[in-house]
Design a protein around this ligand. Sequence first.
Ligand code: EPZ
Length: 424
Amino acid sequence: MDKFLIKGPCKVNGTVNISGSKNAALPILASTILFDKPVILENLPRVKDIDTMLSLLESLGSKIVLSKNKRTVKITKTKKKNFVASYSSVKTMRAGVLVLGPMIAKHHKSITSFPGGCVLNGNSGRPINYHLNTLKKLGMQYEIKKGYIFAKTKAKLKGNFIKFPKISVGATENLIMAACLAKGKTILKNCAIEPEIKDLTNFLRSAGAKIKWVGKRTCEIIGVNNLKETKYSIMGDRIETGTFCILAALTKGNLLIKNFKPKLIQTELSFLKKVGASVKTFKNEIQIKGPKQIKSINNISTKEYPGFPTDLQAQFMVLLCKANGISKITEKIFQSRFIHVMELQRLGAKINIKNNTATIEGNTEFKGAELMSSDLRASAALVLAAISAKGKSIVSRVYHCDRGYEKFEDKLKRIGVNIKRISS
Ligand code: EPZ
């Protein structure tokens, strides 16, 4: 398992090119199951989860041809048909469950393993009941046996009126994809509206899907018989952008962040301004300068988009360890997404957790230590903390980072971070 060796403290300066969005690319790739015609996708991020999804699609009968730089993929259908998304293909990736909706819509059957991915919800795991209960309303029948969902439908799925009991990114995506080929009209209420979901619907619309967003959280879909050949460029990664913005503020650095539309992260930028960072936005770029003194904030709560994203909570907590007072972050999306706290404490962080609220004492001088990553965003937070710590840190299990950050250490090196990958 690879490790990062980081010698801090470092101040970052320069330009960062943001890669394609992992969380937009994953559902878009899954949705190619709905097609008979070829699909070309550009701006694919080169991260592990994408490789996993491409292998899964290949195992289900798609032909995958990647360009030389692996950023463009052409996906065509072969005659081979397999309806089993095996445990080995989805055990490391939660997004594996996103093939269920498209498979049931296109092939009327699917055997999908329960997915793996980051452990973010403590003992409650990461349930998929909203996916299953709502697909059932479109006509899917299912049974759970030996860790697999055996799903089928007698004929085409049938459009319906569905209100999600709670906002869920993955369930919204699964339902939108399934409804594209269902008979008649589907109305989805209380949808997640993350920019990555809008990217999925823009992609599907480019292929002739009839999808309309009505009001804030309602999506109307009229099923079509098939989708047309299309070429689409995936949006930039929102969480990678946020992570580099936080890094600039943390190290009192100065970064020009390219290839991302700032209007999609207004909430995050407003919190960065609150801590004192100077933020200038352009159409597709952000210039961010860290403040001399980071100010504390005592009321951040993670929330569904357009609220503050849970996927940046760990990174922002690192920043608040350096603020001039006491800060508070409440995690409202996942019950126990605080595993990074224990590791930050090794560096000297003073953080106290009560229920789902973390109280963070500011003015911490981090001192280098050995750290272990526990999930994707936690691993990014540890890297950020190590960059701002005095001395040498080793961050282990960076395979978590590799799942979602493209060439993280190369991008960091280019802006002045003393970081080295130690391969084992
Ligand atoms: C997506 O996960 C993202 N993953 C996550 O990013 C992100 O943290 C999360 O949305 C929240 O923004 C991808 O896009 C691939 P949810 P997802 O369904 O779809 C509960 C990263 O680091 N819930 O919106 O799994 C659930 O337990 C990853 O890139 C149910 O109870 O999230 C959670 O508390 C990590 N039953 C809440 O809803 C269900 O059937 C929101 O989860 C589904 C969800």
